[in-house]
Design a binder for this molecule. Structure first.
Ligand code: IMP
Ligand code: MG
Length: 185
């Protein structure tokens, strides 16, 4: 796998340090909410890319939390967004009156998240907070209120630490840029 990577953007250590910081900030910001509602927050991961991020983030959060998963699709099996967002798997948790924290792997066009936030907002949660590990520096991005961003990354095709190309590279412990010849075939 490593030979397909043009360069490493964030090392395992850099990711761990940043995830720790985000966990600390979230714990601080939701301390009051967790006192009011002993169930704490509902941490929602968007499968499959954000699963690894959420697993690490959850262990850096010190307030009580529940974990739930959603699967949506805006990408086919390639590198280009189709612009179509579908819910493939919905939450099991009733989020009415709950503090919801959505953990997303990467914001590119922002279509996926803006759709997701709208869908969850219609269910009457106490609050919705978005945490994105990566945000691409693109010009045309849907307007998303993203409270926590791990890294502002370049507009290239990125893999590793949960992110895939055609379901590969998710298990790379670092985040890197995929060589264009791989996805240009
Ligand atoms: P958006 O709807 O364009 O923001 O796309 C978001 C989703 O597309 C993310 O959750 C990823 O699953 C996927 N995605 C976007 N950019 C990349 C990338 O560079 N590498 C891998 N997956 C990506
Ligand atoms: Mg994905």
């Amino acid at each position: 796998m490593h030979k397909d990577i043009a360069r490493v953007l964030y090392s395992r250590e850099q990711i761990a340090a940043r995830v720790h910081e985000i966990g600390e900030a979230l714990s601080r910001d939701f301390a009051d909410a967790a006192r009011e509602d002993e169930r704490g927050v509902v941490l929602v991961s968007v499968l499959r890319g954000a699963a690894i991020f959420m697993a690490d983030l959850a262990r850096e959060i010190t307030v009580p939390l529940e974990m739930d998963y959603m699967a949506v699709s805006s990408y086919g099996n390639g590198a280009k967004s189709s612009g179509v967002v579908r819910i493939l798997k919905d939450l099991t948790t009733d989020i009415k009156g709950r503090h919801v924290v959505i953990a997303e792997d990467i914001i590119d066009s922002g279509l996926t998240l803006s759709y997701l936030v709208k869908s969850l907002a219609s269910r009457g949660p106490a609050s919705i907070t978005v945490v994105a590990l990566l945000r691409k520096q693109t010009s045309a991005q849907a307007d998303i209120d993203c409270t926590y961003v791990g890294f502002e990354c370049p507009d290239e095709f990125i893999v590793g630490y949960g992110l895939d190309f055609a379901e590969r590279y998710r298990n790379l412990p670092y985040i890197g840029v995929l060589k264009p010849e791989i996805y240009e075939g």
